[in-house]
Design a protein around this ligand. Structure first.
Ligand SMILES: Nc1ncnc2c1ncn2[C@@H]1O[C@H](COP(=O)(O)OP(=O)(O)OP(=O)(O)O)[C@@H](O)[C@H]1O
Length: 740
């Protein structure tokens, strides 16, 4: 049998690699093979391994002529891949595995959009509305209803049910709702609905191939949030593709069956993430991402882009085509808009937003390339309804004038003043003056948005006092120097997934090794860590029971980490908004949660102001009771752990200083003092004697700590001898009234 890439003929879903230029594109000898004789390799697809589950594997599809095939097996879904052509003599496979893919098979090479358009045109059976009666009024696309059903989202959350009718009616929306209340889908569903139900424009590239056009841009303040939103929407996109393929193959999913979750290694079921390529192309463009991967994504075409302002502006500065697409968006979303003002990317955001503003006639700029691209419209429009952009891209100004971009601004904290101002707002005029005057506050920024809707809908469901009702709060008043021991006490006494917020990176650097010495699974998260490390630590935090995340406020907004039991404000935030967002990492989606404020004497005033600005009475937050006998034992452990840390730090610092001094002296051709040299060896390391002494001291301290850690800690109300075994998350105690 010759290989045929049509999904309808193979039970598997195949994704065609896009053609790429460069050395790999040499004329090759083609030889057909049968499917069974191909050198298939099976690998486990790294589902939900972090915030970018496809990292690595899906990149194979970007390689020239590599074919990706998803296949359901007894052991779960596996991904197979193969290379379709022999490459030229100059192209050497990177390793053995790559070499084994070099089978000489020629596949049909229709552009990727052919596949998507074909699915889009496919017959779509209505979803039985009786299964999801609460969603029925919104007339969502059957694919979306099916995903909501499979995720067991029986009814919309309040922000969703309030905003969906307005969004679907084409209104612009400013939505304010408590943390964890489902704002991502409040804007995500209308975007997906629109993409699924309206013509899909494709762009022609210079090489004559086609790519999908940017329809929606979601701007978020942090990389983690961008990746999370992309992940969240991609689960929908994959499941939609899966459903579409099943329908196309006549294998209608049994919608009445409850969704079954096949668990393997604690990971989500295959169904949950869908087994096919996305029907809607959704991707994050964020800092820390490899430039090559980013380029590949952009070349392929992204329909829903989730981006951070800094990286997006860098890309836009070099990609005129993308800038043109941004000026012709269908949707612009600012998620956690207020936070963007604080992240220092204000100018970039302002510049990006300016691209989305309609130009007045006198400001119109002649486009450099009238008509956009040179591709053949007919080739790209397989569905008969595309081609509105290909070969006829209107000018930036023209596009802006004509498109009906919808603007959504969402956050858990948007001031009432801003909402009032929005009602009275005047449309910004784009001209030279406006360009010279960058916005400087959130009010300015939001007022500079060019809402096409003369009366944007303001939906304010923010709770009284900013925090959700399922959140229980408590406080500890203590000296700054005692915070470590109180934190340690809490973590031992109330095990659970705990997010500890600190205001400084230095604080995290100090606390992380201390926690490690005390045997707690604590992971740092701050902006000075490499992106890969940040994601890795987030992932470990998600996967490890009773893990602790020591984070700065980069983790305060939007992150939807499942089952965070406790949030600890180790240092009190300066603003009420940050306080609300930090606390909002727990008690999400109607679950219970607990937040603890650790207040040092010099933070009293901040707390007072914070509660005043939230219009709350601080007395409603109860002081947490602490067993002092237990605290004393823990103080001893902390004391020794600190000594070990100081000792290790001292040795490291001495080594570093010595090495630096030696290198500097060598560079300047200066001979160092004999005293200095006698204390070091050639490599700038301390003498064996000094090393031995230092490590001996550390070893003694470690032994002391080990003995202390082995001593049982008996806590009141805990049945077992060690407090770490058998405690319930504190939120449960509070709810049961067990904590005074
Ligand atoms: N209709 C629904 N039913 C049940 N769960 C839902 C529903 N919609 C969303 N969720 C879940 O609720 C959780 C919180 O959603 P999301 O992250 O969108 O909240 P948010 O309002 O954006 O929070 P934050 O303000 O902290 O960013 C997610 O895990 C999401 O999958």
């Amino acid at each position: 049998m010759d290989i045929d890439p049509q999904p309808s003929q193979n039970a598997q879903l195949k994704r065609k690699a896009r053609p790429v230029s460069g050395s790999l594109k040499k004329k090759t000898k083609v030889q057909h093979r049968t499917l069974d004789t191909l050198p298939w390799q099976s690998i486990q697809r790294p589902l939900d391994t972090g915030l970018d589950g496809d990292e690595g594997v899906l990149e194979l599809e970007e390689v020239d002529d590599v074919e990706i095939v998803y296949e359901d097996t007894e052991n779960g879904r596996v991904l197979k891949f193969n290379v379709s052509r022999e490459h030229g003599p100059n192209v050497k496979p990177k390793d053995d595995q790559t070499a084994s893919y070099l089978a000489s098979v020629k596949f049909d090479s229709k552009p990727i959009c052919t596949f998507f358009h074909r699915i889009q045109r496919s017959h779509c059976t209505p979803f039985p509305g009786a299964l999801l009666p609460s969603w029925r009024p919104f007339k969502l696309h059957p694919h979306l209803l099916q995903v909501l059903h499979s995720k067991n989202f029986k009814s919309p959350t309040p922000i969703q049910s309030n905003s969906l009718p307005k969004a679907i009616a084409g209104k612009d929306i400013v939505g304010v709702a408590e943390t964890g209340s489902g704002k991502t889908l409040a804007y995500g569903l209308p975007i997906l609905q629109h993409i699924l139900t309206s013509p899909r424009p494709v762009l022609s590239t210079e090489s004559g191939s086609s790519k999908r056009q940017l329809r929606a841009l979601v701007i978020t303040p942090t990389r983690e949030l961008a990746l999370q939103v992309a992940d969240h929407l991609n689960i929908f996109a994959r499941a939609i593709a899966d459903a579409a393929v099943k329908r196309e193959e006549g294998d209608e999913p049994d919608l009445s069956a409850p969704s079954k979750k096949k668990k393997s290694n604690g990971k989500p079921s295959d169904n949950e993430a869908g087994s096919g390529p996305p029907l809607v192309s959704i991707a994050a463009i964020v800092g820390g991402m490899s430039a090559q991967k980013q380029r590949r994504l952009l070349d392929r075409g992204i329909e829903v882009m989730i981006a951070t302002p800094g990286r997006l502006w860098d890309v836009l500065a070099e990609d005129e085509d993308l800038a043109r697409q941004v000026s012709a968006l269908d949707f612009l979303v600012l998620d956690e808009a207020d936070r963007m003002i604080e992240t220092g990317h204000f100018a970039e955001l302002d510049n990006i937003l300016r691209l989305t503003i309609r130009q007045s006639e006198e400001d119109q700029i002649e486009p450099e390339h009238e008509g956009g691209s040179s591709g053949d419209e007919g080739d790209n429009d397989q569905s008969g309804n595309a081609g509105t952009v290909a070969g006829a891209t209107p000018s930036i100004a023209g596009t802006n004038q004509e498109n009906g971009m919808r603007t959504y601004v969402f956050s858990a904290t948007l001031s009432k003043d801003l909402q009032q101002n929005l009602k009275k707002r005047r449309r910004p005029k784009v001209g030279k003056k406006a360009k010279q005057k960058p916005a400087s506050t959130l009010d300015d920024l939001v007022l500079r948005l060019d809402f096409r809707d003369p009366e944007p809908e303001i939906i304010d469901l923010s709770p009284q006092g900013g925090v959700v009702s399922s959140l229980k709060e408590s406080k500890i008043e203590c000296l700054v120097t005692d915070k470590d021991v109180y934190l340690y006490y809490f973590l031992l006494r109330y095990p659970g997934r705990t997010l500890v917020f600190l205001s400084s990176i230095d604080g995290i650097r100090r606390l992380a090794p201390l926690m490690e010495l005390l045997g707690l699974p604590a992971y740092p998260l701050h902006s000075q860590l490499e992106q890969r490390q940040r994601l890795k630590n987030l992932d470990r935090f998600k996967q490890t029971p009773n893990a602790v995340l020591l984070a700065t406020d980069i983790a305060a907004r939007g992150l939807d980490i499942p089952s965070v039991d406790h949030v600890i404000h180790y240092q009190i935030p300066r603003t009420a908004d940050v306080f609300v967002h930090r606390s909002g990492r727990t008690a999400r989606a109607m679950r219970e949660g607990f937040s603890l404020l650790m207040i040092a004497p010099d933070e009293r005033r901040t707390v007072k102001l914070l509660f005043r600005s939230l219009d709350r009475n601080e007395d409603e937050v109860l002081e947490m009771s602490v067993e002092l006998a237990l605290l004393d034992k823990l103080k001893e452990r902390i004391r020794v752990a600190r000594q070990i840390d100081a000792q290790q730090h001292k040795v490291k610092k001495e080594n570093h200083d010595r090495k630096w001094m030696k290198e500097a002296a060598d560079a300047m051709e200066i001979e160092l003092d004999s005293d200095f040299m006698s204390a070091s060896e050639d490599e700038g390391r301390p003498t064996k004697h000094v090393q031995k002494k230092a490590s001996g001291k550390t070893a003694a301290l470690k032994a002391e700590l080990k003995a202390l850690l082995a001593q049982p800690l008996v806590a009141k109300g805990v049945s077992t001898s060690y407090v770490t075994s058998g405690s319930r998350p504190i939120a449960a105690d509070f709810v049961a009234g067990d904590c005074e």
